[in-house]
Design a protein around this ligand. Sequence first.
Ligand code: P1T
Length: 379
Amino acid sequence: MKFGTKAIHAGVHPDPTTGAIMTPIYQTSTYVQRSPGDHKGFEYSRTHNPTRSQLQDALAALDNGKHGLAFATGMAAIDCIVKLLQPGDEVISTNDLYGGSYRLFTKVYQNYGIKFHFVPMHDMTAVEAAVTERTKLIWVETPTNPLLNVIDIAAASAVAKKAGALLVVDNTFSTPYLQTPLELGADMVMYSLTKYMAGHSDTVMGAVIVNDDELHQRLSFYQNACGGTPGPQDCFLVLRGLKTLHVRMQRHCENGRKVAEFLKAHPKVEKVYWPGFEDHPNHAIAAKQMRDFGGMISFVLKGDRQEDAVVCLEKFQLFSLAESLGGVESLSGHPATMTHASIPAEERRKAGLSDSLIRLSVGIEDAEDLIEDLKQAIG
Ligand code: P1T
């Protein structure tokens, strides 16, 4: 089955009692048993819920994976993955990543005896150099948030396999429409479903997709034991969003290209970060592992001054200044003070993240209107 057909049909089935074509919102905490242990596969909604089950199946199908697990937020999904580790274990992570992931790693799990190495992963030799006999997990985000670096998933998988470590790909920026990491050797794909997957800025949720049965069992154990599960209404919203994922992503990519090209040609713009440019340092890998280049773009104005970035952000009319990304509406953000403020300034600078960087999530409005907005804001 092709992607668009799967987005609409995979994992879901009409309600057996009524024929309702949309998965009902099973707003229930518990399920009546005829006799102790004699039930219909559902006992308690932290453990299983029919709306969540259909979403998990739909998510697995889109990534060509076997099992999906849904969580209350993207951070709860990441938290569940890190719980697979033991004190003394080591993680190699990209040094350019969502600030909340960095915060969870360094401010929470470092206290539990897990060691994190942050390296520029677009250079695979840096990853190889960080491997020790204690390396248990390799954490990839590609394209990265917010610098749009592209990491070679197949190469990272080769390093992980040699090290005996698990490879995770945070696929939030790409979605399975653009890349399917399990097919490139990843052990786990992770999502903030809050973003493109739900697509309408109306819910926060996360997910993990895996092929391996044992890994699925271990993650399911933590999903239930720790309880970071989503409610059925949120699962319904993501299920509804997934049905248009392919149409939305196509338009995000088309608009992304137009906006990136406009910015690149603008005399007041110093640098544009977008993996679709042929002169992007990792363009060849992006072209190999992605089906298109997405709608996330970052840029720096000439002079590289934070004051100028703030003025530009204040002037936007259509690119609303807000955290998050991947919704139908265009958003703008200032990573240094917003999404990446939890990364110390020194570390941000080392990773190449300027305090004047502006991040855009290009929505699916008419591109001409978005470009008019950029023109008036940049001046
Ligand atoms: O916000 P939440 O659903 O918990 O997901 C966390 C998360 C994980 N991974 C990536 C790559 C992300 O971008 C995020 C959340 N990011 C933002 C809120 C943001 O504006 O970048």
